[in-house]
Design a binder for this molecule. Structure first.
Ligand code: NOJ
Length: 543
């Protein structure tokens, strides 16, 4: 694997600077604090970090409401702190990608302020205006719990403006070539600063066209290809990652012919992992894998279990969504928009076997996995906090005041302190030397993945065992092959390891359970007895 394609086999970590570590004692996480915790990130075995928006912002959407594309939020530190963070990460051989929010700005951005106050300002045309607010009626509303329309009236401007998200996030007008130039400038600015790429926010929505649902339009792809060209020509080796919450056939064009995004988040597979686990049936995973198209060379999927948003249920059917809500959001407070605002461990009943299954799949199925901060120790959530804030609480480092996150009296959100997930119990220090902890399991899975290239970039071959509650696949690279198996059910499952073509070639060694192996050299296939919710990665050790 050449260096240029580093993102195809890397493991990423999603970092919320505000939530990670408070370096200056003001109750908010910052870059200096995050630098002091880079060794923790490195110790997991990850290769890259994605940081959520770090720009000056009113933080009404946690930084996805950008007020200045060139700055660093004063709560998070200075430009020098940002640079120091990048350097400190690079010293540890960790890449850093940042969020690039191109679709919209905050209404506090000087462009919008100029646009709304002066019809003749050159910035007026940076945004999308209407006298009637009736255009593009086929466009869905994304933040359904909060917004009634994608148009909002602006008293000062005397017109409606277009927004796909909150009403304080006006969409930029990509029909204006000046907006393209502005974005190219922003992109160059941060790449010059030494970052390794972008996670591009909300890319399906850049353009609006009457008679369409205003998503995935050809003009959008054309613009995104220009960004990619800029990156390839001027900053080869940097990566461009798409956040496009779409069905696989709509996602494919975001790779272009290998000339648009390097990586796209695979949204549809995520909820199906939870679904299959709860149903004790692999069917929905197999269906979505079948529907997942091959992608151009040099591209990659990004897979995840949770992130800073709600567990989105946009990419499932209406019936499946209802079912997921019933199963995973028993308290209506847990619902948000079309999703579920809970963290990984509580979604999985804090059950180690279930946790290992989903993380095992994440680390071996396909694509580039990304871990959400705090999930490596099984952090809980706080549904008493509004919106998606309940999954963005301070990182739990130890059992001291504020979980070791901050020396301040008060933190930006309270640390989790309930009996099951509270910081006194669930924290990095406690788990550090406990071989049975989530933290140790995270490190172990990453280590095994790293030691076995077939788990990173091997061909994937589904193996359909007789019982539907077992999900199994081979990963194969040249002579190396590993069979990954998961028992999605609460019952013991016996699997006959019947591989006549491999008979006599060696034995299957369990990478997840030391000392267990199955010889493939006689006519009677060995039987793997899978305990409830068991995971196995069986590597063929050749004679
Ligand atoms: C997607 C981000 O993940 C989410 O947090 C944000 O609210 C919207 N885009 C709007 O920027």
């Amino acid at each position: 694997m050449d260096d240029k394609h580093w993102y195809q086999t890397a493991v990423f970590y999603e970092l919320n600077i505000r939530a990670f570590c408070d370096g200056n004692g003001d109750g908010q996480g910052d870059f200096l604090g995050a630098i002091s915790k880079l060794d923790h990130i490195k110790s997991l075995g990850v290769d890259a970090v994605w940081i959520m928006p770090h720009y000056p912002s009113p933080l009404k959407d946690d930084g996805y409401d950008v007020a200045d594309y060139y700055g660093v939020h004063p709560d998070f530190g200075t430009a020098a702190d940002f640079k120091a963070f990048i350097d400190a990460a690079h010293e540890r051989n960790l890449k850093v990608i940042i969020d690039l929010v191109m679709n919209h700005t905050s209404d506090q951005h000087p462009w919008f302020q100029a646009a709304r106050t002066d019809k003749n300002s050159p910035y007026r045309d940076y945004y999308v205006w209407s006298d009637s607010g009736s255009e593009y009626p086929e466009t869905r509303i994304i933040f359904l719990d909060y917004e009634k329309s994608n148009w909002s009236w602006d008293e000062t401007a005397g017109q409606y403006f277009w927004h796909r998200f909150y009403h304080h996030q006006p969409d930029l007008n990509y029909d204006n070539p000046q907006v393209h130039e502005e974005m190219f400038k922003v992109i160059r600015y941060w790449l010059d600063m030494g970052i390794d790429g972008f996670r591009a926010d909300a890319v399906p929505y850049l353009y609006e066209r009457e008679g369409t649902n205003c998503e995935n339009l050809p003009e959008t792809h054309e613009f995104l290809k220009k960004v990619r060209r800029l990156i390839d020509e001027e900053y080869p080796g940097r990566v461009f990652i798409a956040e496009a919450n779409q069905w696989p056939h709509d996602l494919l064009p975001y790779f272009g012919d290998g000339d648009e995004f390097h990586v796209c988040f695979h949204f549809p597979i995520m909820p199906r992992l939870y679904m299959a686990l709860k149903q004790g049936n692999r069917r929905v995973i197999l269906d979505i894998l079948r529907d997942t198209p091959a992608i151009p060379a040099g591209c990659q999927w990004m897979t995840f279990l949770r992130n800073h948003d709600e567990l989105t249920l946009e990419m499932v059917t209406i019936e499946e969504r209802e079912w997921m809500w019933q199963q995973y959001a028993p308290n209506p407070e847990m619902k948000s928009n079309l999703g579920i605002r809970r963290r990984l461990a509580p979604l999985l009943d804090n059950h180690k076997g279930k946790w290992l299954i989903l993380n095992g799949i994440l680390m071996s199925l396909m694509g580039t996995p990304i871990i959400y901060y705090g999930d490596e120790i099984g952090m809980g959530d706080n549904i008493a906090l509004p919106d998606r804030h309940g999954v963005r609480t301070p990182m739990q480092w130890d059992s001291s005041q504020n979980a070791g996150f901050s020396a301040a009296d008060k933190t930006y959100f309270p640390v989790i302190s309930d009996a099951e997930y509270g910081y006194e119990r669930v924290n990095v220090a406690n788990q550090e030397n406990d071989p049975d902890s989530f933290l140790s399991a995270t490190r172990f899975l990453l280590q095994v993945r790293k030691a076995h290239p077939e788990l990173q970039r091997g061909e994937m071959e589904i193996w359909e065992t007789a019982d539907k509650s077992v999900f199994a696949y081979w990963r194969i690279l040249d002579d190396e092959r590993t069979l990954c198996l998961y028992n999605l059910s609460a019952e013991v499952q016996s699997v006959s390891l019947h591989f006549p073509e491999l008979a006599g070639q060696g034995k299957l060694i369990d990478l997840l359970h030391e000392g267990r192996s199955w010889t493939l050299n006689d006519n009677i296939p060995p039987v793997l007895k899978m305990r409830p919710y068991a995971s196995h990665w069986l590597h063929l050790a050749r004679r």
